[in-house]
Write a protein that binds this ligand. Structure first.
Ligand code: FES
Length: 125
């Protein structure tokens, strides 16, 4: 049984720091949250960053990132079209399917917005 105060320090120790490259921004992960939930709370839609537009269900790859250091628990139920096995083996993750298990350093990938994709597709027609 925990003594008074032990639970609090255990809780604090479960909080992990997440560094987001190439921005050099650091955010604190709250236990139980996915990386995407943390980034939606602390990053997207702030400081000039666009709001998040992805599916949040492992299907679109909009949240795909490279895990540069640290460990995550990655849910196994997601679209392999969004994150092929070869990319998972090369340390790419879907932020919506990943929960931090340690401090993390992540690299966000450059991507087109959905509007850019639609505009490019309409020009091909
Ligand atoms: S938000 Fe679509 S795969 Fe993560």
């Amino acid at each position: 049984m925990l003594k008074r105060g032990e639970g609090v320090s255990a809780f604090v120790e479960e909080k992990f720091l997440i560094r987001i490259e190439p921005y050099g921004k650091e955010v604190v992960a709250t236990p139980g949250e996915t990386v995407l939930e943390i980034l939606r709370r602390e990053f997207y839609g702030r400081e000039g960053q666009p709001s998040f537009q992805g599916c949040r269900r492992g299907g679109c790859a909009f949240c795909k990132m490279e895990l540069l250091s640290g460990n995550v628990h990655h849910n196994e139920v997601y679209s392999r079209a969004a994150l092929p096995v070869e990319e998972r083996e090369r340390n790419f993750i879907l932020a919506c399917q990943s929960k931090p298990l340690s401090h993390l350093t992540l690299r966000m990938l450059e991507r087109e917005s959905f509007l850019d994709l639609l505009l490019r597709a309409s020009k091909k027609e």
